[in-house]
Ligand binder design. Sequence first.
Ligand code: NI
Length: 169
Amino acid sequence: MALREILTEGDPVLNRRSRPVEKFDQRLHELVDDMVETMYEGDGVGLAAPQIGVLRRIFVMDVGEGPLAFINPEIMEEDGEQEGPEGCLSLPGLFGIVSRPQKVRVRAQDRDGVFFEMTAEDLAARCVCHENDHLDGILFRRHSQVPLCSFDELPGYEPEEEAEEGGEA
Ligand code: NI
């Protein structure tokens, strides 16, 4: 396994549409392993192949239940809505407020080409939508309801207020 360099906003590769994966071979397995390692190194919950310069329809995700690889993913259904902070390893230090479905049904192939379906909710749904956007060359800046800023500067985020609320619990 090897760490890959994460491209940042401004690199035109991030704005391009990725092509489907056709070969589920050793090379793909190595790519997926590298993506997982690179995601963990960056402390991210998801990473899409174009972020490391590979224009293929692949993303990895770990929202606390272990790493999952989604190859040639398709979002089949969306349900509900959640609004909240979002960031991206390709826009380091920048956050926005993005509205996403609360729940999505996603169909994809695993690293061996086997199809699977899963329902992702809350953070997992947000992550699936964010990563799937990367495969179409879309960065979350496009969806943010506020200008991107540091996490502490997000409107409505009051560190002191939160500390008080936390103290009351
Ligand atoms: Ni991202």
